[in-house]
Design a protein around this ligand. Structure first.
Ligand SMILES: C[S@@+](CC[C@H](N)C(=O)[O-])C[C@H]1O[C@@H](n2cnc3c(N)ncnc32)[C@H](O)[C@@H]1O
Length: 193
């Protein structure tokens, strides 16, 4: 549906959700029928648009990169969806803390920001996600490195260790029922109990 945005992303090396993961995300959105979605990592608005057209929800989305946040805004306007979106052009940690302070609540969270920060964001997301809400996290395999028994290169080590810790915490948590799908770069889908 958003082929021009897909083309732009490919030509300009903007990482956007992969096809099978996108299909699963859309199915989960349709199943959950959320009223308020939080997205961490808007990029140029591609996954945000997919979630908006699959639901009647309001979207709050966070993107640190100024150029990408601007393009995301333009893309929401292009499809006349700007009234259903708020974009924060800031660091996700800053915005998540602000949302917690405002006692904001969401019934769906799409976590697709910096892979080394998922564990750090978890207590804030827990606070922001209402009971029965869904957390959908992409790239939890981190290019297959999370399950690898090989030594991890120094440049990836912190990110992989943090992701392993995030997954352990999620699976041990009494606040979530979670499953991991080994599709594309790995997806975690968790329901807040
Ligand atoms: C995988 S991309 C998001 C793709 C998008 N969800 C989609 O599928 O269309 C991750 C995005 O997170 C952004 N990002 C990285 N670190 C961030 C941070 N600390 N706070 C907010 N956004 C961040 C990157 O600039 C990048 O655009």
């Amino acid at each position: 549906m958003f082929e021009e945005i897909e083309k732009y992303a490919q030509e300009n090396f903007v990482p956007i959700i992969r096809p099978q993961t996108r299909k699963i995300l859309i199915d989960e959105i349709k199943k959950a029928s959320p009223t308020k979605i939080l997205e961490i990592g808007s990029a140029i608005g591609y996954s945000g648009l997919c979630m908006l057209v699959a639901s009647s929800a309001y979207l709050v989305t966070i993107e640190k990169d100024e150029r990408r946040a601007k393009l995301a805004k333009q893309n929401f306007e292009r499809y006349n969806l700007q009234n259903r979106v708020e974009i924060f052009n800031d660091d996700a940690l800053v915005v998540l803390n602000q949302l917690v302070a405002q006692k904001a609540q969401f019934d769906f969270v799409f976590l697709d920001g910096p892979k080394g920060q998922y564990q750090r964001y978890l207590p804030l997301i827990c606070n922001l996600l209402s009971k029965g809400g869904i957390l959908f996290a992409d790239n939890v395999s981190v290019m297959g490195l999370v399950d690898s028994n090989e030594p991890i290169k120094h440049k990836h080590r912190t990110m992989v260790v943090n992701m392993r810790n995030f997954l352990h915490e999620m699976q041990a948590s009494s606040q979530f029922e979670s499953k991991i799908l080994k599709v594309e770069d790995g997806i975690l889908i968790a329901k807040r109990i």
